[in-house]
Design a protein around this ligand. Structure first.
Ligand code: PEP
Ligand code: MN
Length: 341
């Protein structure tokens, strides 16, 4: 970190600042005197230093961070890819592992629905089953999910078809229910910066699928992962699901550029959600293939046998046959880049 100081700062004031930086943050400070400014060069772990706090000092002209503000997620300190192991290793995501395909409905609607879709998703070649039992809906009058009963439909489907399950947790008071029943816990876009929830997830060991917030930068998203990891849970998988832009032809703008960026900056796996990323089933296949070509470690796709009657997100849900075709074509692309599904 580099701190530029105005010349008006007295020697005593500068010494106090240096002493505080060295004693509180254990960094080594080098002073570079200049004609118009004095510059402090900080070496060591600067993650705990708040730039805004420094800028509050009237003699501070500028603060430049050299290293990223995240440590545990940073590839610099952990060069090898992290492989996240789900359900005792039945599915592994990241590194050179197979590309994981998760399919299933937006919302769990009934036991029968999960039996139909669970079987179809397994037969299509998916490795995990998705389904929301607690739904974050824009309207309080919209279907809110089957809650505990929905989780039971998911675990029954897992029992029948042998696919580990992924489901969204909305609040910390349901953590025990999820730790007991769910193999991969999804943090939805709307909760990406629910810091108390992230801290609570840091205290468990269950893997987390961390969706990117509706309008969050990549750095904010990595910092959300850092919250979970700082608490002790390093089983974090990123999930890009599109961000808010001015574009109206799609529900969200799917930012596939995050794939190489997340891989460069962090060692964690990245999964793409082309369903929420586009909002229309017609665009799901091409974005799925593009994501695989770009190096995604997995896909999470909404699948429904009767999308017209789906309780939520029918417009972006694939029918099982189409889902199977996406996996088949995806496998061909994967093999071109030396991976498999
Ligand atoms: C979902 O997966 O159904 C969902 C609500 O996701 P997101 O948080 O990405 O909107
Ligand atoms: Mn959905």
């Amino acid at each position: 970190m580099i701190i530029t100081l105005k010349k008006e700062m007295s020697k005593a004031e500068m010494d106090t600042m240096i002493h505080e930086l060295e004693s509180v943050n254990s960094v080594a400070v080098t002073v570079i005197p200049g004609e118009t400014f004095n510059v402090l060069g900080l070496v060591g772990d600067t993650t705990k230093i708040d730039e805004k706090h420094l800028r509050a000092n009237k003699f501070v002209e500028n603060v430049t961070r050299i290293a990223a503000p995240y440590k545990k997620a940073n590839r610099m300190f952990h060069p090898e890819d992290t492989v996240v192991s789900i359900a005792g290793g039945r599915v592994k995501i990241g590194g050179h592992e197979k590309i994981a395909i998760m399919g299933g409905p937006c919302s769990v609607e009934s036991h029968e629905q999960m039996m139909i879709i669970g079987e179809a998703v397994r037969n299509a070649g998916a490795s995990m089953l998705r389904g929301g039992a607690y739904k974050p809906r824009t309207s309080p009058y919209a279907f809110q999910g089957m809650a505990t009963e929905g989780i039971k439909c998911m675990t029954d489907a897992r029992e029948c078809f042998g696919l580990p399950i992924v489901s969204e947790l909305m609040s910390a008071d349901k953590i025990d229910e999820f730790v007991e029943n769910v193999d991969l816990i999804q943090v939805g876009a709307r909760n990406m910066q629910n810091f108390e929830l992230l801290k609570a997830l840091g205290r468990i060991k269950t893997p987390i699928l961390l969706k990117r917030g509706l309008a969050n930068t990549i750095e904010e998203w990595i910092m959300a992962a850092e919250y979970i990891m700082a608490g002790g849970n390093s089983n974090v998988i990123f999930c890009e699901r599109g961000i808010r832009t001015f574009e109206k032809y799609t529900r969200n703008t799917l930012d596939l550029s995050v794939i190489p960026i997340i891989k460069q900056k962090t060692h964690l796996p990245i999964v793409i959600d082309p369903s929420h990323g586009t909002g229309y089933w017609e665009y799901v296949e091409s974005m799925s293939l593009a994501a695989i070509a770009a190096g995604a470690d997995g896909l999470i796709i909404e699948v429904h046998h009767d999308p017209e009657r789906a309780a939520s997100d029918g417009t972006q849900s694939l029918k099982p046959k189409r889902f199977a075709e996406v996996i088949e074509r995806g496998r061909q692309i994967a093999q071109v880049i030396g991976r498999d599904i």
